[in-house]
Design a protein around this ligand. Structure first.
Ligand code: SF4
Length: 414
């Protein structure tokens, strides 16, 4: 086999990393400027965007150290039994690429993951060594996100957190049964054990830095994880339950949802079709309901349909409101912040502005209209000084009136 040059390896290992959603945006249309038409592309590989701990959107070099792997996860294009072209970088090569791209202003950091070579510990050592070269040999101060391997020794995972801004450990599938079936080399309790270790180290480092200014940082951007949606029979209810468990127990910064996409040379145990991308979008919306809108996990689950999945035609907040119509209309001049956040179409910013404005005057429908994208969608759920809707319970066809006809209606917009 002829040796691959750096560009060839980059092509293979950046492409292999695209299946990891932990820092990716999804749901966009495919566009490219191939053929000399236009400028830009949504299909390029290698550079992705992520949000830094301070909220800035930053560009990252997103690659695998290697796509060789001794594990055989059915959903993964890099699994042992797959026929894909393989490549491998050394830690020094990844560090050099990162520094070169950084100096040219292409990127502000690195997102590094890897297939497992030789053993979990050996692979983790290579990941840590890459970060060490960048931080210690080159005093690299850009952003580093390291995927950590739950099967590796806790001490190696700890070292990763000392160099990285953020670490992540993929939980992979929403249920233990799904994990056993589709990722037979992985173990749910080992994954949660590693997450628990990272959480403990983050808490301890924060505590020490309060007392000693120069105590070392540990993953200041926290930890995140990714769940694959649609590769097994887990419902949205299962996924929401798992996500809330992970947020609660391990204080994760983010749970990412990645719609399973059929891979070349796929295993026979996988579905032939990918789930609708809208399903992934609805799960992100439900995640926001729990993190920013005060919904308890069981309330999000109440928005699901008989099959346990969130409706695709309307967002989960509207679905919940239509199921619990007796909670509406909500008086924008009197109701609590918690109830205002339940109104479909009212975002957190609009609710903040309503609360601030109503201290000085009584709000009318026009006032609310100025704060929202579409007051027509909100009207059935609110009372203002000059507006009172028909009771929702008397409105049999409300869902069909509010569901978007062709394009996705964004009911979370403020
Ligand atoms: S451990 Fe599983 S998911 Fe990760 S690269 Fe190997 S086969 Fe893919």
């Amino acid at each position: 086999m002829t040796a691959l040059d750096t560009i060839q390896k980059l092509g293979i290992l950046a492409d292999a990393a695209k299946y990891d959603a932990s820092c990716a945006s999804s749901g966009t249309a495919k566009r490219s400027s191939k053929g000399g038409k236009g400028i830009g592309s949504t299909e390029g590989m290698g550079i992705c965007h992520a949000y830094a701990p301070d909220g800035r959107c930053i560009s990252l070099l997103k690659i695998l150290l290697t796509n060789h792997c001794i594990f055989d996860c059915h959903y993964c294009v890099n699994r042992k039994s797959s026929n894909v072209r393989r490549a491998r970088f050394t830690p020094q090569e990844v560090a050099d690429l990162t520094l070169t791209f950084y100096r040219r202003n292409y990127i502000e950091g690195l997102f590094l993951s890897s297939g497992i070579i030789k053993s979990a510990n050996y692979t983790m050592e290579q990941l840590v060594e890459t970060a060490r070269i960048l931080r210690e040999d080159h005093d690299f101060r850009g952003y580093i996100h390291l995927k950590t391997i739950p099967e590796a020794d806790a001490e190696l995972v700890h070292q990763a957190g000392l160099y990285a801004d953020r670490v992540s450990i993929n939980v992979e599938l929403p249920t233990d049964a799904g994990l056993t079936r589709l990722a037979p080399d992985k173990n749910a309790s080992q994954i949660e054990g590693a997450m628990g270790g990272v959480k403990g180290a983050i808490v301890q480092a924060k505590d020490e830095r309060k007392r000693f200014r120069h105590a070392p940082r540990f993953a200041p951007g926290g930890q995140s994880t990714q769940m694959i949606v649609g590769a097994d029979s887990a419902s949205d209810s299962d996924i929401v339950g798992k996500a809330s468990h992970l947020y609660g127990r391990f204080k994760l910064r983010r749970v990412y949802y990645s719609a399973f996409s059929p891979i070349p040379d796929a295993s026979a145990v996988l579905p032939l079709k990918r789930p609708p991308l809208m399903r992934e979008h609805r799960l992100y919306q439900s995640d926001w309901l729990m993190r920013f809108y005060g919904f308890a996990p069981h309330e999000v689950m109440q928005a699901t349909e008989a099959d346990g999945n969130l409706p695709l035609d309307i967002d989960p907040k509207l679905a919940w409101a239509l199921k619990f119509r007796e909670q509406f209309p909500v008086d924008v001049n009197r109701s609590s912040r918690e109830m205002l956040l339940r109104v479909p179409g009212l975002g957190t910013r609009a609710v903040g502005q309503i609360l601030a404005s109503r201290r000085h005057r009584t709000l009318r429908l026009d006032d609310v209209a100025r704060l929202t994208v579409s007051v027509v969608k909100i009207r059935p759920f609110i009372v203002t000084a000059d507006w009172r809707p028909v009771l929702l319970t008397d409105h049999a066809n409300l869902r069909s009136l509010l569901a978007p006809k062709q394009e996705q209606l964004e009911l979370f917009a403020a």
